[in-house]
Design a protein around this ligand. Structure first.
Ligand SMILES: [Zn+2]
Length: 414
């Protein structure tokens, strides 16, 4: 492990201003993806502060405690193509990018944080030249073995220049759930700009701040997510480097995420959706600290309510197991203080997590198939963003009287 595992920013990562106000303190948490083996349980578990700040200058909501990316991303347990729901999302994504921005067989697409190459594989199948970048060595190796050339490096302006020198400019740069993960936003945008050709487009997805405000999806707060993005601060960021946001769309995948398209200023007409979304952000008072103090209060109330529901069920001697073991579930369990005394296990499809223990609360992760053979009275839905497909998959459980506790959103028990 590197010596410096955590640093504390004193400046906003987007505007470099120093007017950062803290509005939420979730306590100290282990890394949300740091699932533990049985042997790990005997060792001490590193925990880091999870505090959220608001920049009064550019209005970016962000963490200032930055765990070293070497610690967070070099060995990563998340394999995207193991998630069936995402695959369909990626298929549609590729179709759209291809139709809108790819115009010849000579086109070149680069993906930052390309994971096991699931998206690039679909792009390559259409004849596009592709290159992946992912710092997780274990995952990059899998991608390379599957025929998707992937550099196991952190993205930077220096790397972008090296790629351009060797392979030319990219027509499309994709970064899903990556902008929120990168600390140095200036280097990121400079890098993306030098990688893109004159009419190149940068397309990225991230959890949308408005969803947190509307649905209290505070469990997207974990150390990997350094920023909680909205269009207003992003507009300022890209503007600083001669780029602009040309389009944006909202998606129900992973809660409510936003897909943003940015290009060189003037290269494309700006879609009217941008003005609409900016107006909505203003209406939701995303530019006011009071909004975030109110959010923090609502999160505290949600904790009381959900913990109360679980306590009552345990009193009635009901059995409860977690459904899904997503990273964000660990923010929720650790902040709510829900452990193995409440959830006998959490179930999971991903083989890479089965047999491990959740970070912090140390709840065993069990194979979903096994759990189905001997189901609990209640499932606590940690992967609530896949609610619809989970309810469909668990029709049998529901028809036999099984129930779901949904910790996020308006409906609590189904
Ligand atoms: Zn700022």
């Amino acid at each position: 492990m590197p010596k410096e595992t955590i640093k504390q920013n004193t400046q906003c990562r987007m505007c470099k201003g120093e007017n950062l106000l803290q509005f939420l303190d979730l306590g100290t948490h282990p890394l949300a993806n740091a699932f533990l083996s049985k042997e790990d349980l005997l060792k001490s578990e590193p925990r880091y502060p999870l505090r959220v700040f608001f920049c009064t200058d550019c209005n970016l909501v962000q963490l200032v405690d930055v765990v070293s990316p070497e610690v967070m991303f070099r060995d990563y347990v998340y394999f995207s193509s193991a998630m069936p729901t995402l695959s369909k999302h990626f298929e549609d994504y590729v179709e759209e990018v291809y139709d809108r921005f790819i115009d010849s067989s000579d086109n070149f697409a680069v993906e930052i944080g390309s994971n096991d190459g699931i998206l690039l594989r679909a792009m390559k199948a259409k004849g596009v030249r592709v290159l992946g970048i992912d710092p997780a060595e274990n995952i990059a190796r899998v991608a390379n073995e599957r025929g998707i050339e992937t550099l196991s490096e952190f993205f930077s302006e220096a790397l972008a220049k090296r790629i351009v020198a060797n392979r030319g400019n990219a027509d499309v740069v994709i970064g899903n759930n990556v902008v929120a993960h990168i600390d140095d936003h200036h280097d990121l945008v400079k890098g993306v700009k030098s990688l893109l050709g004159e009419r190149g487009v940068f397309i990225f997805e991230a959890p949308y701040l408005l969803d947190m405000l509307e649905n209290l999806s505070f469990d997207t707060i974990y150390h990997e997510h350094l920023s909680y993005l909205a269009l207003a601060p992003l507009t300022k960021l890209f503007g600083k480097f001669g780029m602009e946001i040309i389009d944006a769309k909202l998606f129900p995948v992973q809660g409510n995420s936003i897909r943003v398209y940015a290009a060189r200023k003037g290269a494309y007409t700006v879609n009217s959706r941008i003005a609409e979304l900016l107006k909505k952000e203003k209406e939701m008072r995303c530019d006011k600290i009071e909004t975030y103090h109110a959010l923090a209060e609502r999160i505290t109330e949600l904790k009381k309510e959900v913990v109360g529901v679980c306590r009552q069920l345990k009193k009635e001697e009901k059995t409860i197991a977690g459904y899904g073991a997503p990273a964000k579930g660990n923010t929720l369990l650790n902040y709510f203080g829900i452990g193995a005394e409440t959830l006998s296990s959490v179930t999971e499809r991903l083989p890479s997590k089965i047999g491990l223990f959740t970070p912090g609360m140390h709840i065993p992760v069990r194979d979903l198939q096994e759990a189905r053979a001997n189901p609990p009275d209640y499932y606590f839905m940690l992967a609530w963003n896949y609610k619809d497909s989970i309810l469909k998959d668990e029709k049998d459980f529901l028809s036999h009287g099984g129930k779901f506790i949904i910790p996020i959103g308006k409906e609590r028990i189904i």
